[in-house]
Design a protein. Structure first.
Length: 434
């Protein structure tokens, strides 16, 4: 299996979305990854404990991006759950996912809010970078992302992407292809928008421009006309609809009900050296997640995360979708969505191996790896149900279980976790190599 460091580029209308090779896009706006990797050899901010049966280190920094699904880490700090389990945890906001990656691999932070695809692609060395082994012992949330389109498309395109195809084709033929955005090349938002576009016959590498834009910048990019559509988490879709700049075409839970989204990630080296610390963090985040899934706590949550140091968005724009109240911003109006973002219920947090295999299948589909990847081996290396199970057993929580059942997405194509390569090869729209 070879890792592909390039992807086809597409013309763009303006400088904000200037085309770049895949490997450069993967570097994003942060420190060069090579420098970050070398920084792993430096002393981290983690403070060793006195020993015994408690956490090996107690002073930890956690990264987060301005998205509502950062909430478990923020609440674990603000409500004292970290301290309950012997962790002096501090949550720090970063500007983009590249900065999160670089801060984690350099040891500046010890754990982080992260797109589920990122620890996988970092472990695999996708994008031409040196592999950095990562672990996922915890899924932070499910559901709650959206694909938004510019207001010019209102009444033309909704959840079904098929009507977008002739519009995309006409723009491409004119020499001014449409521009779409996601938040990191191997992240969830990239995979959701690629999957949705391809289901409508649109090739995301050949028919449009697909660029990396940090979550808080999506709204401004669409407002200025630089972006025709994007996939991102909340509250940026709600803000886009509320201010009339665009509208929600589809929520990601309508692409894949209860899909995995963000994770709590650590470097493998940190987790191997500090397993008791990792388990203490999981216990704290478990309590935070249970608190979050009590809907009566969500107004208080919005008071907390609306602050400048976290999401930096009016609490009113955050709360609605956290309660399942979705204003699409078009003629569908306001609806109640029962599959809104969850943090603990419905077996939310267990690090299922099948989810890793699904994302690897999409890396394969889009030519990010060449040749058949080691689906099972990589999934076992990155997903760490052993850490999850040990931590939950120690506090008497038994609801989290392994799940190997197939998953069917909105296009009625079923993913069988035992046949990921067959699944990757089943799509008509792809960029597969080898």
């Amino acid at each position: 299996m070879k890792m592909n460091s390039n992807t086809s580029s597409n013309p763009s209308r303006r400088g904000l979305l200037k085309s770049a090779a895949y490997g450069m896009a993967a570097l994003g706006a942060g420190i060069p990854l090579a420098s970050a990797i070398s920084g792993c050899r430096k002393k981290t901010a983690a403070t060793p404990s006195a020993g015994g049966t408690g956490p090996e280190v107690t002073d930890l920094k956690f990264g987060m991006i301005a998205l509502t699904d950062c909430s478990p880490l923020v609440i674990a700090e603000k409500k004292g759950f970290f301290k309950k389990y012997g962790i002096n945890g501090v949550v720090e906001k970063k500007g983009n996912w590249a900065a999160i990656r670089d801060s984690l691999t350099s040891g500046e932070i010890q754990g982080t809010h992260m797109l589920i695809g990122m620890p996988l692609s970092l472990t695999m060395g996708i994008g031409g970078a040196k592999p950095v082994p990562m672990v996922i012992p915890w899924l932070l949330n499910r559901n709650g992302q959206s694909i938004s389109l510019t207001k010019a498309l209102k009444g033309k395109v909704k959840a079904d992407p098929a009507p977008l195809k002739p519009i995309v084709d006409a723009a491409k033929a004119s020499g001014k292809p449409m521009n779409f955005a996601m938040t990191f090349p191997t992240g969830t938002h990239a995979m959701w928008i690629r999957y949705w576009l391809a289901a409508g016959g649109i090739h995301p590498d050949n028919d449009i421009g697909l660029k990396v834009v940090p979550p808080p910048n999506m709204f401004n990019g669409m407002q200025s006309g630089e972006i025709d559509g994007f996939c991102v988490g909340e509250p940026w879709n709600a803000k886009t609809a509320a201010e009339g700049v665009g509208y929600t075409a589809i929520n990601t839970q309508d692409i894949w009900k209860d899909h995995p989204e963000k994770v709590l990630a650590f470097t493998k080296s940190f987790a191997d050296a500090n397993p008791r610390t990792v388990k203490a963090v999981l216990k704290a985040v478990h309590e935070a997640s249970v608190w979050l899934d009590d809907v009566k706590n969500r107004p208080e949550l919005c008071e907390i995360i609306s602050a400048t140091g976290y999401v930096n968005c009016p609490k009113e724009l955050i709360l609605g979708r956290l309660q399942g109240q979705v204003d699409y911003g078009d003629d569908r109006g306001k609806v109640t969505d029962p599959n809104y973002m969850i943090f603990s219920s419905r077996n939310c947090n267990y690090p299922q191996l099948k989810y890793a295999a699904w994302f690897i299948s999409q890396f394969r589909r889009w030519g990010m790896v060449e040749g058949t990847p080691d689906y099972a081996g990589i999934s076992r290396q990155v997903m760490r149900p052993d850490l999850y199970e040990e931590a939950m057993k120690e506090i008497g929580y038994t609801a989290g279980v392994a799940d190997e059942k197939p998953e069917t997405l909105f296009d009625n194509i079923t993913f069988d976790p035992s046949k990921p390569e067959e699944y990757a090869r089943s799509f008509k729209v792809h960029a597969m190599k080898g």
